[in-house]
Write a protein that binds this ligand. Structure first.
Ligand code: G
Ligand code: G
Ligand code: NA
Ligand code: MN
Length: 252
């Protein structure tokens, strides 16, 4: 409970930061940057995102955290655009966000307020959005894509009945979970799973991003399998804003 109070305070105090991890196509094009929350607690030090995201989720604080992340990420995109760096940013949203009334409208209003085109925002969701109220979730996602926001399906392969979900979700990108990518170069079964996932995604017209790419061999395998883009420490870890800006400039 202490951590929950601290999280409320941290949001007010601006103690939560966003770091940005690039997604890069095999020709070197930067397809976007994923915003990832970071919290350095004044006494506890670095609190792992998994920990405080779970707390935000169960305590009802998630909408506030997501508002904060969207606001911060869109302000950053606007600054980058003003500097000639036109790169889309991906924000993680939880099932709770997608189910909260007015979410699609609030995202559209926020984009307008920052003068950022919808195409510069991507929202990463998981299959879990369809667990509670599939009808309503589908409505919200349709409204978002109607505004021009692109949806990405995160952690693919870790949920269940993925095929049904894939067919029902208006996503344009699929991210293969790091647990399948990590041992791709040494495990024939993982390699087969990744190959099938890429083919399936392509047959549905989706772009495929592999998460957690840490070495050249994995990068080469993914390229040969026709994967579209990679994200992982091989390219870059998630970077604080100033370092992300420098990274983008160096690529430009
Ligand atoms: O970088 P990593 O340790 O940052 O992230 C751990 C987990 O936290 C991942 O599952 C990631 O999707 C999630 N996460 C990171 N940032 C956010 C965020 O802003 N909102 C939500 N809902 N999840 C996030
Ligand atoms: O659930 P989501 O896919 O949003 O979480 C991304 C998580 O993966 C973050 O915690 C991020 O820091 C982590 N991550 C990103 N790249 C790598 C990588 O190359 N290797 C490992 N082990 N983790 C990574
Ligand atoms: Na994500
Ligand atoms: Mn993921």
């Amino acid at each position: 409970l202490g951590l929950l109070g601290d999280l409320r305070r941290a949001l007010d105090a601006g103690e939560i930061e966003l770091h940005y991890q690039p997604k890069v196509a095999f020709d070197g094009t930067v397809s976007g940057l994923e915003a990832l929350v970071r919290w350095v607690h004044p006494e506890r030090g670095r609190v792992p995102p998994d920990e405080f995201i779970a707390i935000a989720e169960t305590s009802g604080l998630m909408p506030r955290l997501t508002d904060y992340v969207l606001e911060t990420a869109l302000a950053q995109v606007a600054r980058w655009r003003a500097q000639g760096l036109r790169v889309p940013v991906a924000v993680n949203v939880s099932p709770r966000d997608v189910h909260s009334p007015g979410f699609a409208g609030s995202v559209a209003a926020r984009l307008a307020r920052h003068g950022v085109p919808a195409a510069a925002l991507q929202l990463e969701i998981t299959e879990h959005v369809l667990l509670e109220d599939p009808q309503r979730a589908a409505g919200t996602l349709a409204a978002l894509t109607g505004h021009g926001v692109r949806m990405s399906l995160d952690d693919f392969g870790t949920g269940y009945s993925s095929l049904v979900h894939l067919r029902r979700l208006p996503v344009s990108e699929l991210k293969i979970d790091r647990s399948f990518v990590a041992r791709l170069a040494v495990d024939a079964e993982d390699a087969e799973i990744v190959r099938c996932t890429i083919d399936l995604a392509h047959s549905l017209g989706l772009l495929v991003v592999a998460e957690g790419v840490e070495d050249d061999e994995t990068w080469e395998r993914l390229r040969d399998l026709g994967c579209d883009a990679v994200q992982g420490w091989l390219v870059s870890a998630a970077l604080p804003p100033a370092e992300a800006t420098a990274w983008l400039r160096a690529r430009d």
